[in-house]
Ligand binder design. Structure first.
Ligand code: SF4
Ligand code: SF4
Length: 367
């Protein structure tokens, strides 16, 4: 029965989503977006919001992956992995187990704490879990964010329910346009329609309330509940189910789409590996301290998992005043000021940052 497999997948998904923020790599959550510094901690490395080329490569990879998965496996995300489906199934199954008649009302009550847990788990991807749990009861910004998220998620789950999938969800709308004749879908075998007992179990069990016997509809989330229902009914007559997954997964298009996904993933991985260990931006400040002395702001971005210390030297007739080194903690950004005195009449100064296997040269104007 597909329901058993879907439950196993849902449990595995919940365990992964809830545990990732608690997994610590290099002293940080495995995945967390730092809103303060606009950077994403991702399994031991960090992506900065200003690294547009990496962002573009990641977006391209995700877009290709989304296209390939949808074209080959249809609405596999909707039926098996989407939190909207998984959580509604969870609440409605418990509701039905407690009382068949009041299943929907019970499910709505169950979804109140479930929505709170989802809201907290989303916050864990922005604020370290223990900090978030400490901050939420204290009426801080996190509290407002939590309450707003809780309300929105409950609105989506408890109030809109499956209507969200069939009317609002943009992903649901896009997917239909990516299907082809071989895409995996749930279908009724029209060639055997004479064998249908007319029990309507497939319709009763369908979470979005459609009759798959009338053909594939846009609302179908490919959850396979109707397959299970029909398997149970036809099993009594010892005939195979009239409803099944239909389509061709093993086909040339699936192979070349997979190849494109692998290539896009490799391009992203290579770009990530080739990324320099540090990046530094130096800009001349508008306000200057004295004639013949220029002040510069620097921003040092450390992409490595260890602290770096770079010696600063200058090219040309210039003298660096003050500290001749800049430092940054692992995966962090350090800003500061450099003072340069002119010893000639050059109007361009070259800063050289060297150390820990890193060499960066950057120019700035001198007035
Ligand atoms: S028709 Fe079947 S697969 Fe589609 S949503 Fe209904 S129960 Fe799920
Ligand atoms: S569950 Fe199967 S046998 Fe019953 S109405 Fe649906 S398709 Fe026909």
């Amino acid at each position: 029965m597909w329901l058993r497999y879907r439950r196993a997948v849902a449990i595995a998904e919940a365990v992964v989503i809830l545990s990732i923020p608690f997994i610590r790599i290099n002293g940080e959550s495995a995945v967390r977006f730092d809103l303060h510094e606009l950077k994403l901690y991702f399994f031991g490395t960090v992506f900065w919001i200003n690294e547009l080329y990496l962002l573009l490569a990641a977006t391209l990879f995700l877009f290709v992956l989304f296209f390939a998965v949808t074209n080959v496996l249809g609405r596999i995300w909707c039926g098996w992995l989407c939190p909207q489906t998984v959580l509604l199934d969870f609440a409605q199954d418990i509701g039905r187990a407690i009382s068949r008649w009041r299943a929907d009302s019970i499910a709505r009550i169950i979804l109140v704490p479930v929505s709170a847990l989802v809201a907290v788990s989303i916050i864990w991807y922005f604020v370290p879990p223990l900090d978030a749990l400490r901050a939420i009861p204290q009426g801080e910004t996190v509290t407002m964010f939590f309450v707003a998220m809780w309300a929105v998620i409950y609105g989506m789950l408890g109030l809109l329910g499956r209507k969200f999938c069939t009317t609002i969800c943009p992903y649901s709308m896009i997917q239909g346009g990516l299907f082809d004749a071989d895409t995996l879908v749930v279908a009724f075998d029209q060639s055997r329609k004479d064998e249908c007992m007319g029990c309507k179990k497939c319709v009763v069990d369908c979470p979005v309330g459609i009759d798959i016997r009338d053909g594939l509809k846009r609302q179908c989330i490919a959850c396979a509940r109707c397959v299970d229902a029909c398997t149970a009914m036809t099993g009594m007559r010892k005939i195979p189910s009239l409803i099944n997954y239909a389509g061709h997964v093993k086909r040339p298009k699936a192979l070349w789409l997979s190849a494109v996904v692998v290539v896009a993933g490799l391009v992203f991985a290579v770009m990530l590996l080739m990324r320099p260990g540090a990046k530094i931006v130096v800009t001349r400040n508008p306000k200057q301290p004295a004639m013949g002395i220029n002040s510069y702001s620097y921003s040092l971005q450390n992409n490595t998992d260890h602290a770096i210390s770079l010696d600063v030297s200058l090219n040309g007739p210039f003298q660096l005043l003050g500290d001749a080194s800049v430092e940054a903690e692992p995966f962090s950004r350090r800003t500061g000021t450099l003072l340069v005195r002119s010893k000639g009449d050059a109007n361009e100064v070259v800063f050289i940052f060297k150390g820990d296997g890193i060499l960066i040269e950057t120019e700035a104007g001198f007035l």
